[in-house]
Design a protein around this ligand. Structure first.
Ligand SMILES: NC(=O)C1=CN([C@@H]2O[C@H](COP(=O)(O)OP(=O)(O)OC[C@H]3O[C@@H](n4cnc5c(N)ncnc54)[C@H](O)[C@@H]3O)[C@@H](O)[C@H]2O)C=CC1
Ligand SMILES: O=C(O)[C@H]1O[C@H](OP(=O)(O)OP(=O)(O)OC[C@H]2O[C@@H](n3ccc(=O)[nH]c3=O)[C@H](O)[C@@H]2O)[C@H](O)[C@@H](O)[C@@H]1O
Length: 435
Protein backbone atom coordinates (compact mmCIF):
# COMPACT_ATOMS: atom_id res chain seq x y z
CA UNK A 1 0.00 0.00 0.00
CA UNK A 2 1.20 3.57 -0.67
CA UNK A 3 1.08 5.65 2.48
CA UNK A 4 1.74 9.36 3.01
CA UNK A 5 2.63 10.53 6.51
CA UNK A 6 2.33 14.29 6.95
CA UNK A 7 4.46 15.71 9.79
CA UNK A 8 7.91 14.34 10.57
CA UNK A 9 8.13 14.77 14.35
CA UNK A 10 8.47 11.89 16.80
CA UNK A 11 5.16 10.37 15.77
CA UNK A 12 5.33 10.96 12.01
CA UNK A 13 8.89 9.70 11.68
CA UNK A 14 8.34 6.60 13.85
CA UNK A 15 5.09 5.80 12.07
CA UNK A 16 6.75 6.18 8.65
CA UNK A 17 9.59 3.88 9.62
CA UNK A 18 7.21 1.30 11.09
CA UNK A 19 4.98 1.20 7.99
CA UNK A 20 8.03 0.99 5.72
CA UNK A 21 9.31 -1.94 7.81
CA UNK A 22 5.92 -3.61 7.37
CA UNK A 23 6.37 -3.53 3.59
CA UNK A 24 4.38 -0.45 2.67
CA UNK A 25 5.83 2.25 0.45
CA UNK A 26 5.94 5.42 2.52
CA UNK A 27 6.36 9.08 1.60
CA UNK A 28 6.86 11.32 4.63
CA UNK A 29 6.17 15.02 4.27
CA UNK A 30 7.06 18.04 6.38
CA UNK A 31 6.98 21.77 5.65
CA UNK A 32 10.24 22.24 7.58
CA UNK A 33 12.83 22.11 4.81
CA UNK A 34 15.73 21.72 7.28
CA UNK A 35 14.09 18.62 8.79
CA UNK A 36 13.43 17.06 5.38
CA UNK A 37 16.98 17.76 4.23
CA UNK A 38 18.28 15.88 7.28
CA UNK A 39 15.82 13.00 6.91
CA UNK A 40 16.69 12.58 3.22
CA UNK A 41 20.24 12.00 4.40
CA UNK A 42 18.84 9.52 6.95
CA UNK A 43 19.63 11.81 9.89
CA UNK A 44 16.97 11.83 12.62
CA UNK A 45 15.74 15.28 13.72
CA UNK A 46 15.62 14.06 17.35
CA UNK A 47 17.49 11.57 19.52
CA UNK A 48 16.39 7.98 19.87
CA UNK A 49 18.89 5.20 20.36
CA UNK A 50 19.00 2.71 17.48
CA UNK A 51 16.43 4.40 15.25
CA UNK A 52 18.82 6.10 12.84
CA UNK A 53 20.33 2.77 11.70
CA UNK A 54 16.87 1.54 10.66
CA UNK A 55 16.15 4.84 8.93
CA UNK A 56 19.38 4.58 6.92
CA UNK A 57 18.45 1.13 5.66
CA UNK A 58 14.93 2.13 4.59
CA UNK A 59 16.07 5.32 2.85
CA UNK A 60 18.70 3.32 0.98
CA UNK A 61 16.12 0.67 -0.05
CA UNK A 62 13.77 3.39 -1.30
CA UNK A 63 10.84 2.06 0.78
CA UNK A 64 10.82 5.33 2.71
CA UNK A 65 11.29 8.73 1.07
CA UNK A 66 10.97 12.29 2.32
CA UNK A 67 9.67 15.41 0.63
CA UNK A 68 8.27 18.88 1.21
CA UNK A 69 5.98 18.43 -1.81
CA UNK A 70 2.64 17.62 -0.23
CA UNK A 71 0.78 17.82 -3.56
CA UNK A 72 2.77 15.02 -5.14
CA UNK A 73 2.50 12.82 -2.04
CA UNK A 74 -1.27 13.30 -1.83
CA UNK A 75 -1.72 12.40 -5.47
CA UNK A 76 0.45 9.27 -5.24
CA UNK A 77 -0.86 7.74 -2.00
CA UNK A 78 -4.10 5.99 -1.03
CA UNK A 79 -3.84 6.55 2.71
CA UNK A 80 -2.88 9.95 4.13
CA UNK A 81 -1.80 10.12 7.78
CA UNK A 82 -1.89 13.49 9.53
CA UNK A 83 0.77 13.51 12.28
CA UNK A 84 1.44 17.23 12.71
CA UNK A 85 1.71 18.95 16.10
CA UNK A 86 -1.32 20.01 18.17
CA UNK A 87 0.24 22.36 20.74
CA UNK A 88 -1.65 24.23 23.49
CA UNK A 89 -3.41 27.46 22.57
CA UNK A 90 -3.29 30.32 25.09
CA UNK A 91 -6.67 29.22 26.55
CA UNK A 92 -5.44 25.63 27.07
CA UNK A 93 -7.37 24.12 24.16
CA UNK A 94 -5.55 22.18 21.43
CA UNK A 95 -4.36 24.39 18.58
CA UNK A 96 -5.65 22.63 15.47
CA UNK A 97 -4.25 25.10 12.94
CA UNK A 98 -1.63 22.67 11.57
CA UNK A 99 -4.17 19.85 11.21
CA UNK A 100 -6.64 22.20 9.52
CA UNK A 101 -3.99 23.53 7.16
CA UNK A 102 -3.14 19.98 6.07
CA UNK A 103 -6.86 19.17 5.61
CA UNK A 104 -7.24 22.18 3.33
CA UNK A 105 -4.26 21.04 1.27
CA UNK A 106 -5.79 17.59 0.94
CA UNK A 107 -9.13 19.02 -0.22
CA UNK A 108 -7.39 21.32 -2.67
CA UNK A 109 -5.24 18.56 -4.14
CA UNK A 110 -6.89 15.12 -4.06
CA UNK A 111 -8.00 13.65 -7.39
CA UNK A 112 -9.31 10.26 -6.23
CA UNK A 113 -10.69 8.43 -3.14
CA UNK A 114 -8.50 8.76 -0.05
CA UNK A 115 -8.51 7.51 3.50
CA UNK A 116 -7.48 10.45 5.67
CA UNK A 117 -6.20 9.24 9.04
CA UNK A 118 -5.72 11.57 11.99
CA UNK A 119 -2.83 10.32 14.11
CA UNK A 120 -2.23 13.61 15.92
CA UNK A 121 -3.87 13.89 19.34
CA UNK A 122 -6.99 15.97 18.75
CA UNK A 123 -10.11 16.96 20.71
CA UNK A 124 -13.27 14.93 20.43
CA UNK A 125 -15.18 16.04 17.35
CA UNK A 126 -12.11 16.96 15.27
CA UNK A 127 -12.73 14.24 12.67
CA UNK A 128 -16.12 15.83 11.90
CA UNK A 129 -14.49 19.25 11.65
CA UNK A 130 -11.78 18.00 9.29
CA UNK A 131 -14.36 16.17 7.17
CA UNK A 132 -16.17 19.49 6.65
CA UNK A 133 -12.96 21.31 5.71
CA UNK A 134 -12.07 18.73 3.05
CA UNK A 135 -15.65 18.65 1.72
CA UNK A 136 -15.70 22.42 1.53
CA UNK A 137 -12.48 22.51 -0.49
CA UNK A 138 -13.80 19.82 -2.85
CA UNK A 139 -17.04 21.79 -3.33
CA UNK A 140 -15.00 24.86 -4.25
CA UNK A 141 -13.41 22.71 -6.97
CA UNK A 142 -16.88 21.39 -7.93
CA UNK A 143 -15.71 17.83 -7.30
CA UNK A 144 -17.80 15.08 -5.71
CA UNK A 145 -14.91 12.82 -4.75
CA UNK A 146 -15.47 10.44 -1.86
CA UNK A 147 -13.09 10.07 1.08
CA UNK A 148 -13.17 8.59 4.57
CA UNK A 149 -11.94 10.08 7.78
CA UNK A 150 -10.34 7.78 10.36
CA UNK A 151 -9.09 8.49 13.87
CA UNK A 152 -6.07 6.33 14.70
CA UNK A 153 -4.49 7.80 17.84
CA UNK A 154 -0.89 7.05 18.72
CA UNK A 155 0.24 5.64 22.07
CA UNK A 156 4.01 5.50 21.58
CA UNK A 157 6.49 6.78 24.16
CA UNK A 158 9.44 8.96 23.30
CA UNK A 159 12.70 7.10 23.67
CA UNK A 160 10.89 3.86 22.78
CA UNK A 161 9.03 5.34 19.84
CA UNK A 162 10.07 2.89 17.15
CA UNK A 163 9.65 -0.18 19.37
CA UNK A 164 6.18 1.03 20.36
CA UNK A 165 5.22 1.80 16.76
CA UNK A 166 6.28 -1.71 15.71
CA UNK A 167 4.84 -3.53 18.72
CA UNK A 168 1.82 -1.57 19.96
CA UNK A 169 -0.18 -3.10 22.82
CA UNK A 170 -3.32 -2.09 20.98
CA UNK A 171 -4.40 -0.27 17.85
CA UNK A 172 -7.46 1.92 18.11
CA UNK A 173 -9.28 2.77 14.91
CA UNK A 174 -12.20 5.16 14.83
CA UNK A 175 -13.89 4.56 11.57
CA UNK A 176 -17.38 5.03 10.09
CA UNK A 177 -17.33 2.97 6.88
CA UNK A 178 -16.64 -0.67 6.01
CA UNK A 179 -14.42 0.45 3.11
CA UNK A 180 -12.06 2.43 5.34
CA UNK A 181 -12.10 -0.33 7.96
CA UNK A 182 -10.91 -2.85 5.35
CA UNK A 183 -8.11 -0.56 4.21
CA UNK A 184 -6.97 0.04 7.80
CA UNK A 185 -7.05 -3.72 8.49
CA UNK A 186 -4.89 -4.33 5.41
CA UNK A 187 -2.48 -1.58 6.49
CA UNK A 188 -1.95 -3.13 9.93
CA UNK A 189 -2.19 -6.78 8.86
CA UNK A 190 1.40 -7.65 9.83
CA UNK A 191 1.19 -6.23 13.33
CA UNK A 192 0.07 -8.94 15.69
CA UNK A 193 -1.93 -7.12 18.32
CA UNK A 194 -5.49 -6.29 19.33
CA UNK A 195 -7.32 -3.88 17.05
CA UNK A 196 -10.29 -2.05 18.49
CA UNK A 197 -12.71 -0.60 15.96
CA UNK A 198 -14.83 2.20 17.38
CA UNK A 199 -16.42 5.46 16.25
CA UNK A 200 -14.31 8.54 15.43
CA UNK A 201 -15.34 10.22 18.68
CA UNK A 202 -14.65 7.14 20.82
CA UNK A 203 -11.14 6.86 19.36
CA UNK A 204 -10.45 10.55 19.99
CA UNK A 205 -11.63 10.19 23.59
CA UNK A 206 -9.65 6.96 24.18
CA UNK A 207 -6.42 8.87 23.47
CA UNK A 208 -7.16 11.73 25.87
CA UNK A 209 -8.55 9.38 28.52
CA UNK A 210 -5.45 7.16 28.38
CA UNK A 211 -3.00 10.03 28.85
CA UNK A 212 -5.21 11.54 31.54
CA UNK A 213 -5.34 8.24 33.43
CA UNK A 214 -1.57 7.74 33.31
CA UNK A 215 -1.05 11.30 34.55
CA UNK A 216 -3.58 10.63 37.32
CA UNK A 217 -1.54 7.66 38.54
CA UNK A 218 1.55 9.88 38.69
CA UNK A 219 -0.11 12.77 40.54
CA UNK A 220 -1.83 10.30 42.87
CA UNK A 221 1.46 8.75 43.92
CA UNK A 222 3.16 12.16 44.12
CA UNK A 223 0.51 13.51 46.45
CA UNK A 224 0.74 10.35 48.58
CA UNK A 225 4.53 10.86 48.65
CA UNK A 226 4.01 14.19 50.37
CA UNK A 227 1.93 12.63 53.15
CA UNK A 228 4.29 9.64 53.42
CA UNK A 229 7.09 12.04 54.31
CA UNK A 230 5.00 13.63 57.04
CA UNK A 231 4.03 10.34 58.67
CA UNK A 232 7.26 8.42 58.14
CA UNK A 233 6.09 5.91 55.52
CA UNK A 234 8.09 5.05 52.41
CA UNK A 235 6.35 5.71 49.07
CA UNK A 236 8.63 3.24 47.26
CA UNK A 237 7.38 0.39 49.45
CA UNK A 238 3.81 1.69 49.30
CA UNK A 239 3.88 1.75 45.46
CA UNK A 240 5.40 -1.75 45.43
CA UNK A 241 2.69 -3.10 47.71
CA UNK A 242 -0.04 -1.43 45.67
CA UNK A 243 1.41 -2.58 42.36
CA UNK A 244 1.42 -6.24 43.41
CA UNK A 245 -2.34 -6.10 42.96
CA UNK A 246 -2.66 -6.76 39.24
CA UNK A 247 -5.74 -4.56 39.14
CA UNK A 248 -3.47 -1.64 40.09
CA UNK A 249 -0.14 -2.62 38.48
CA UNK A 250 3.36 -1.29 39.10
CA UNK A 251 3.64 1.13 36.20
CA UNK A 252 3.30 4.90 36.52
CA UNK A 253 3.49 4.77 40.30
CA UNK A 254 7.02 6.11 40.52
CA UNK A 255 6.95 9.20 42.73
CA UNK A 256 9.11 12.08 41.62
CA UNK A 257 9.11 15.73 40.62
CA UNK A 258 6.12 15.45 38.34
CA UNK A 259 5.37 14.58 34.76
CA UNK A 260 6.61 16.65 31.83
CA UNK A 261 6.96 16.15 28.11
CA UNK A 262 5.23 17.35 24.99
CA UNK A 263 1.98 15.50 25.67
CA UNK A 264 0.74 14.90 29.22
CA UNK A 265 0.68 18.60 30.22
CA UNK A 266 -0.88 19.78 26.93
CA UNK A 267 -3.36 16.92 26.57
CA UNK A 268 -4.59 17.33 30.13
CA UNK A 269 -5.07 21.05 29.58
CA UNK A 270 -6.94 20.34 26.34
CA UNK A 271 -9.25 17.78 27.97
CA UNK A 272 -9.93 20.09 30.93
CA UNK A 273 -10.77 22.96 28.56
CA UNK A 274 -13.01 20.76 26.42
CA UNK A 275 -14.83 19.50 29.52
CA UNK A 276 -15.39 23.01 30.89
CA UNK A 277 -16.61 24.26 27.52
CA UNK A 278 -19.17 21.46 27.62
CA UNK A 279 -20.31 22.46 31.10
CA UNK A 280 -18.87 19.34 32.68
CA UNK A 281 -15.66 20.18 34.56
CA UNK A 282 -13.40 17.22 35.37
CA UNK A 283 -12.61 17.64 39.06
CA UNK A 284 -10.20 14.73 39.41
CA UNK A 285 -8.17 15.90 36.43
CA UNK A 286 -8.07 19.46 37.77
CA UNK A 287 -6.44 18.08 40.91
CA UNK A 288 -4.02 16.00 38.83
CA UNK A 289 -2.83 19.14 37.02
CA UNK A 290 -2.62 21.13 40.23
CA UNK A 291 -0.52 18.48 42.07
CA UNK A 292 1.81 18.35 39.09
CA UNK A 293 2.05 22.12 38.91
CA UNK A 294 3.18 22.32 42.56
CA UNK A 295 5.40 19.23 42.74
CA UNK A 296 8.68 20.94 41.76
CA UNK A 297 8.10 23.83 44.22
CA UNK A 298 7.37 21.27 46.95
CA UNK A 299 10.66 19.53 46.09
CA UNK A 300 12.66 22.77 45.99
CA UNK A 301 11.26 23.86 49.34
CA UNK A 302 12.74 20.65 50.79
CA UNK A 303 16.09 21.57 49.26
CA UNK A 304 15.94 25.02 50.78
CA UNK A 305 14.87 23.67 54.16
CA UNK A 306 17.87 21.33 54.24
CA UNK A 307 20.63 23.61 52.97
CA UNK A 308 19.30 27.06 53.83
CA UNK A 309 19.03 30.08 51.51
CA UNK A 310 20.13 29.20 47.99
CA UNK A 311 21.59 32.59 47.16
CA UNK A 312 25.23 32.19 46.06
CA UNK A 313 25.12 28.39 46.54
CA UNK A 314 26.51 26.19 43.79
CA UNK A 315 23.81 23.72 42.74
CA UNK A 316 24.39 20.85 40.31
CA UNK A 317 21.32 20.07 38.20
CA UNK A 318 21.75 16.50 36.96
CA UNK A 319 19.46 15.80 34.01
CA UNK A 320 17.51 18.30 31.90
CA UNK A 321 15.29 16.27 29.56
CA UNK A 322 11.74 15.43 30.68
CA UNK A 323 12.76 11.78 31.03
CA UNK A 324 15.82 9.68 30.04
CA UNK A 325 16.52 8.39 26.51
CA UNK A 326 15.20 11.47 24.71
CA UNK A 327 16.55 14.93 23.92
CA UNK A 328 13.11 16.48 24.41
CA UNK A 329 12.92 19.24 27.03
CA UNK A 330 9.33 20.32 26.38
CA UNK A 331 7.63 20.98 29.76
CA UNK A 332 10.55 19.28 31.52
CA UNK A 333 10.51 19.68 35.33
CA UNK A 334 14.16 20.79 35.02
CA UNK A 335 13.00 24.09 33.50
CA UNK A 336 10.84 24.89 36.54
CA UNK A 337 13.72 23.93 38.83
CA UNK A 338 16.13 26.19 36.91
CA UNK A 339 13.63 29.07 37.15
CA UNK A 340 13.39 28.50 40.90
CA UNK A 341 17.17 28.44 41.31
CA UNK A 342 17.60 31.59 39.21
CA UNK A 343 14.94 33.37 41.28
CA UNK A 344 16.79 32.40 44.46
CA UNK A 345 20.11 33.55 42.92
CA UNK A 346 21.87 30.19 43.07
CA UNK A 347 24.85 29.40 40.82
CA UNK A 348 23.79 26.57 38.51
CA UNK A 349 25.97 23.88 36.96
CA UNK A 350 24.02 21.55 34.68
CA UNK A 351 24.65 18.23 32.99
CA UNK A 352 22.57 16.17 30.58
CA UNK A 353 23.74 13.61 28.00
CA UNK A 354 21.36 14.83 25.25
CA UNK A 355 19.39 17.91 26.32
CA UNK A 356 22.02 20.62 26.82
CA UNK A 357 21.81 22.22 23.36
CA UNK A 358 18.05 22.82 23.70
CA UNK A 359 18.24 24.17 27.27
CA UNK A 360 21.19 26.41 26.36
CA UNK A 361 18.93 28.32 23.97
CA UNK A 362 16.60 29.18 26.86
CA UNK A 363 19.24 29.67 29.59
CA UNK A 364 22.53 30.70 27.97
CA UNK A 365 24.08 31.93 31.24
CA UNK A 366 24.08 28.57 33.08
CA UNK A 367 27.37 26.70 33.39
CA UNK A 368 26.90 23.48 31.37
CA UNK A 369 29.33 20.59 31.78
CA UNK A 370 30.34 17.65 29.61
CA UNK A 371 30.32 15.14 32.44
CA UNK A 372 28.22 14.73 35.59
CA UNK A 373 31.36 14.84 37.76
CA UNK A 374 32.28 18.27 36.38
CA UNK A 375 28.85 19.51 37.42
CA UNK A 376 29.43 18.17 40.92
CA UNK A 377 32.79 19.98 41.38
CA UNK A 378 32.52 22.19 44.49
CA UNK A 379 28.71 21.86 44.48
CA UNK A 380 26.81 22.63 47.67
CA UNK A 381 24.10 20.25 46.56
CA UNK A 382 23.21 17.92 43.69
CA UNK A 383 19.67 17.66 42.36
CA UNK A 384 18.94 14.46 40.46
CA UNK A 385 16.29 15.64 38.01
CA UNK A 386 16.35 13.03 35.22
CA UNK A 387 17.34 9.43 35.92
CA UNK A 388 19.76 8.94 32.99
CA UNK A 389 21.97 5.91 33.63
CA UNK A 390 25.04 8.18 33.25
CA UNK A 391 23.77 10.03 36.32
CA UNK A 392 22.49 7.12 38.39
CA UNK A 393 25.77 5.26 37.80
CA UNK A 394 28.03 8.10 38.95
CA UNK A 395 30.75 6.82 41.28
CA UNK A 396 28.89 8.41 44.18
CA UNK A 397 31.34 7.14 46.79
CA UNK A 398 34.14 9.21 45.27
CA UNK A 399 31.95 12.05 43.97
CA UNK A 400 31.37 13.10 47.58
CA UNK A 401 34.98 14.27 47.84
CA UNK A 402 34.69 16.73 44.97
CA UNK A 403 31.53 18.38 46.33
CA UNK A 404 31.63 21.23 48.85
CA UNK A 405 28.79 19.72 50.85
CA UNK A 406 27.43 16.17 50.53
CA UNK A 407 23.77 17.02 49.86
CA UNK A 408 21.96 14.91 47.26
CA UNK A 409 18.28 15.51 46.47
CA UNK A 410 17.00 12.64 44.39
CA UNK A 411 13.94 13.86 42.47
CA UNK A 412 13.32 10.42 40.96
CA UNK A 413 14.13 8.06 43.84
CA UNK A 414 16.64 6.58 41.42
CA UNK A 415 19.59 6.08 43.78
CA UNK A 416 20.12 3.44 46.43
CA UNK A 417 19.26 5.44 49.56
CA UNK A 418 20.99 3.17 52.09
CA UNK A 419 24.16 3.15 50.00
CA UNK A 420 24.09 6.94 49.74
CA UNK A 421 23.74 7.21 53.51
CA UNK A 422 26.62 4.77 54.01
CA UNK A 423 28.74 6.93 51.72
CA UNK A 424 28.07 9.80 54.12
CA UNK A 425 25.64 11.83 52.06
CA UNK A 426 22.76 13.82 53.41
CA UNK A 427 20.37 12.05 51.01
CA UNK A 428 16.82 13.23 50.39
CA UNK A 429 14.40 11.32 48.18
CA UNK A 430 10.74 11.88 47.34
CA UNK A 431 8.29 10.51 49.90
CA UNK A 432 10.88 8.41 51.68
CA UNK A 433 11.82 8.41 55.38
CA UNK A 434 15.21 9.99 54.67
CA UNK A 435 13.50 13.10 53.34
N1 LIG B 1 5.67 12.96 20.94
C1 LIG B 1 5.03 11.88 21.30
O1 LIG B 1 5.58 11.02 21.97
C2 LIG B 1 3.60 11.66 20.91
C3 LIG B 1 2.86 12.63 20.26
N2 LIG B 1 1.55 12.40 19.93
C4 LIG B 1 0.78 13.41 19.21
O2 LIG B 1 1.19 13.37 17.83
C5 LIG B 1 1.20 14.68 17.28
C6 LIG B 1 2.60 15.00 16.75
O3 LIG B 1 3.49 14.98 17.85
P1 LIG B 1 5.07 15.11 17.64
O4 LIG B 1 5.50 14.15 16.60
O5 LIG B 1 5.68 15.05 18.98
O6 LIG B 1 5.14 16.59 17.08
P2 LIG B 1 6.38 17.46 16.61
O7 LIG B 1 6.07 18.84 17.01
O8 LIG B 1 7.65 16.80 17.04
O9 LIG B 1 6.31 17.34 15.01
C7 LIG B 1 5.26 17.83 14.22
C8 LIG B 1 5.78 18.03 12.81
O10 LIG B 1 4.72 18.49 11.96
C9 LIG B 1 5.26 19.40 11.04
N3 LIG B 1 4.19 20.23 10.47
C10 LIG B 1 3.45 21.18 11.07
N4 LIG B 1 2.58 21.72 10.21
C11 LIG B 1 2.77 21.10 9.02
C12 LIG B 1 2.16 21.22 7.73
N5 LIG B 1 1.18 22.09 7.51
N6 LIG B 1 2.61 20.42 6.75
C13 LIG B 1 3.61 19.54 6.96
N7 LIG B 1 4.20 19.38 8.15
C14 LIG B 1 3.79 20.15 9.18
C15 LIG B 1 6.27 20.20 11.86
O11 LIG B 1 7.21 20.86 11.04
C16 LIG B 1 6.89 19.09 12.71
O12 LIG B 1 8.03 18.53 12.10
C17 LIG B 1 0.70 15.60 18.39
O13 LIG B 1 -0.66 15.77 18.26
C18 LIG B 1 1.02 14.83 19.65
O14 LIG B 1 0.15 15.16 20.71
C19 LIG B 1 0.93 11.21 20.21
C20 LIG B 1 1.62 10.21 20.84
C21 LIG B 1 3.01 10.34 21.23
O1 LIG C 1 0.69 11.06 23.99
C1 LIG C 1 1.88 11.00 24.15
O2 LIG C 1 2.69 11.83 23.73
C2 LIG C 1 2.54 9.90 24.92
O3 LIG C 1 2.68 10.37 26.28
C3 LIG C 1 3.36 9.47 27.16
O4 LIG C 1 4.66 9.19 26.69
P1 LIG C 1 5.92 10.15 26.95
O5 LIG C 1 5.45 11.55 27.10
O6 LIG C 1 6.92 9.81 25.92
O7 LIG C 1 6.56 9.75 28.34
P2 LIG C 1 6.21 8.83 29.60
O8 LIG C 1 7.16 7.71 29.64
O9 LIG C 1 4.78 8.51 29.68
O10 LIG C 1 6.56 9.85 30.78
C4 LIG C 1 5.87 11.08 30.91
C5 LIG C 1 6.34 11.80 32.15
O11 LIG C 1 5.87 11.16 33.33
C6 LIG C 1 6.93 10.95 34.23
N1 LIG C 1 6.65 9.72 35.02
C7 LIG C 1 6.34 8.57 34.38
C8 LIG C 1 6.06 7.43 35.10
C9 LIG C 1 6.08 7.47 36.50
O12 LIG C 1 5.83 6.46 37.22
N2 LIG C 1 6.40 8.63 37.11
C10 LIG C 1 6.69 9.77 36.41
O13 LIG C 1 6.96 10.82 37.01
C11 LIG C 1 8.18 10.86 33.36
O14 LIG C 1 9.33 11.16 34.10
C12 LIG C 1 7.86 11.89 32.30
O15 LIG C 1 8.21 13.19 32.74
C13 LIG C 1 2.57 8.16 27.19
O16 LIG C 1 3.26 7.22 28.02
C14 LIG C 1 2.41 7.58 25.78
O17 LIG C 1 1.61 6.41 25.83
C15 LIG C 1 1.71 8.63 24.91
O18 LIG C 1 1.58 8.16 23.59
Amino acid sequence: MKVAVIGCGYVGTSTSIAFAMYDHTVVAIDNDMGKIKKLKQAVLPFYEAGMEETLQKLVKDGTLSFTTDMKEAITQCDVLFIAVGTPSSSDGSADLSHVEEVAQQIGKTMESYKVVVIKSTVPIGTCDKIKKIIKNELEKRRLALSFDLVSNPEFLREGKALYDALHPERIVIGCDTKKAQKIMQELYKDIKTNILFVSNKDAEMIKYASNAFLATKISFINELARICEKIGANIIQVAKGMGMDSRIGFQFLQAGIGYGGSCFPKDIKALLTLASENGNPLHILQAVASVNQTQTDWFMEKVQKAIGPLSGKRIAVLGLTFKPETDDIREAPSLKIIDYLIKEKAFITAYDPKGVEHVKKLYPAIHYTFTPLEALQKADAALLVTEWKEIVNIDWQNAKHIMSQPFVFDGRNALNSSEMLTFGYHYVGVGTPHA
